[in-house]
Design a protein around this ligand. Sequence first.
Ligand SMILES: [Zn+2]
Length: 113
Amino acid sequence: MPLYEYIPIDPEVGCRYCRNGFELFQKISDTPASTCPECHGNVKKTVSLCRAAIAETSEESVQIEKQLKHYEKQEMYSHAAELADTHSEKTNDHGLKTRAKENYKKAGYDISD
Ligand SMILES: [Zn+2]
């Protein structure tokens, strides 16, 4: 579930609760809050990208890791390589990139660095 951060539209009128931003866990489908629950001042949504990304990535990484192990065990190296490759692009994960290369090599691809 993404974590949304709300900040007052006008920081001058924000209360102690919202002035420095407050966070709400919401479903993507939830209507975004438009006012501060404390002072009812107008607020706007800013997604706290880094925290949302970390939460989602770590969960996703566990899944990827599981899938990778499965492929490697089954000696489906090209599958493993592709999965690791795609995911390493997305997450900038160098460990995965290396793993993709290893798997490409095992799969018989000629990978140059
Ligand atoms: Zn407020």
